[in-house]
Ligand binder design. Structure first.
Ligand code: GLY
Length: 396
């Protein structure tokens, strides 16, 4: 009898231990990529015949779509490219090409700064993976269109044309992301204008967008005569002096790739300082998926932003390649935690649910009560990029 209960206790302990033991990271990544492929295949099939529309979000049980003009248009095709990169599946490839072509007309966009997001995530990834010559012309034309928004007196690319009467020349932190298209164009064409714009925009953003603690403002508007900021405010954050989470993640991601491309130590230091500040911020949750604003007054009883988590994870994985050993370990540990959290049922949808998006709990624009606690196409994109980067790193 005693022997029997000893054996059953040992079995019980063994069962409990195997339940609590963490799944191997490789397995988490493989499962997440497989699920994402199945989920996005459903999405791609659903809208394949609807000419010119692209997935954006899912609200109140309905998919919200956009045409190519909306800033998020390049993310769904970009996500399909990452899924193709991982699966080499020919159906996914055909969908990636189909949805990428829907964004082509944005190469002529000169009335907003988002052309970098739109084209580099879609055509940029496509070119990287299949070397399609036609994509080069799209990217170069788009880069010249983006360059028209640069004012050399001010030294920055203008973000929005609408000014809401309070901004003379608004530049938002998100704009740092669009420079990657210009760097591609510089490497491709050797036209020095692309490098000149990139360096000036990146340097002025360090000078004027960042506070002394390395948090950043969302909108900095420049006086068009004096060429210096006349106001620093928010648009999507809690307040002008708060830290809007996605904006912090854009800054981190931006200076990380700027260092990758330009090898200027100042950009590495900027990225490191942003990362260190965010990771150790008192309002950063234990699972490292940020609240929608680090200064939201109702923390912890407020929304997370899974997109800020996925952008940050992807940036940290890349940044860990450029820093010393102990920092690299810390950045990878944070990114791993973020990926494990995002891949868990708390954040990952069920197959066919969530409007066929992958991640739940993104925050579009809280102050406008818009896209609150919903899937966001860019959250999925940077999640897939992070998974891809992590997988490559583990295989090194
Ligand atoms: N670029 C707009 C946003 O991050 O919401």
């Amino acid at each position: 009898m005693k022997k029997c209960s000893l054996i059953s206790s040992v079995i019980m302990i063994f069962v409990i231990m195997s339940c609590v033991r963490e799944e191997k990271l490789e397995t988490v990544i493989d499962k997440a990529l497989l699920f994402s492929e199945q989920q996005y295949r459903l999405m791609a099939e659903k809208y394949a015949d609807h000419d010119s529309i692209l997935p954006r979000s899912f609200e109140n049980g309905v998919n919200t779509m956009s045409d190519s003009r909306w800033w998020t248009s390049g993310f769904f095709p970009g996500s399909l490219w990452y899924l193709y990169e991982n699966s080499e599946n020919s159906t996914i490839l055909e969908y990636a090409k189909l949805y990428t072509d829907r964004v082509e007309r944005e190469k002529y966009t000169t009335d907003n700064h988002d052309v970098g997001f739109m084209l580099y995530c879609s055509f940029g990834n496509g070119l990287r993976l299949i070397r399609e010559k036609r994509y080069e012309e799209v990217l170069l034309t788009g880069a010249y269109s983006l360059a028209t928004r640069y004012n050399s007196d001010i030294g920055l690319i203008r973000s929005w044309d609408h000014s809401e009467d309070r901004w003379q020349y608004p530049v938002i932190i998100d704009n740092i992301m669009n420079l990657e298209l210009l760097l591609w164009a510089y490497n491709y064409s050797d036209d020095p204008i692309f490098k000149e714009i990139t360096l000036s925009h990146a340097d002025k953003t360090i000078e004027h967008h960042f506070r002394s603690d390395y948090s950043s403002y969302h909108v900095v508007s420049y006086d068009t005569i004096l060429a210096i900021p006349h106001t620093k405010q928010t648009h999507q954050g809690y307040s002008d002096e708060s830290m809007w989470s996605r904006g912090q993640a854009w800054g981190l991601y931006g200076y990380t790739y700027l260092y990758r491309e330009l090898k200027d130590e100042r950009y590495l230091i900027q990225a490191q300082n942003i990362a260190d500040f965010l990771i150790h911020h008192p309002n950063m949750p234990e699972d490292y998926i940020p609240y929608w604003d680090y200064n939201a007054p109702d923390i912890p009883n407020t929304y997370r932003d899974s997109s800020a988590g996925s952008i940050m994870a992807s940036a940290l994985i890349e940044l860990s390649d450029f820093v010393g050993e102990s920092r690299a370990k810390e950045y990878m540990a944070v990114a791993e935690k973020q990926i494990r959290t995002l891949a868990s049922p708390e954040y990952t949808a069920n197959l066919g649910g969530n409007g066929c998006f992958i991640l739940k709990h993104g925050m579009g624009a809280y102050p406008f009560n818009s896209e609150m606690d919903v899937p966001l196409t860019y959250g999925d994109y940077y999640y897939l990029e992070a998974l891809t980067r992590l997988k490559k790193k583990l295989n090194e």
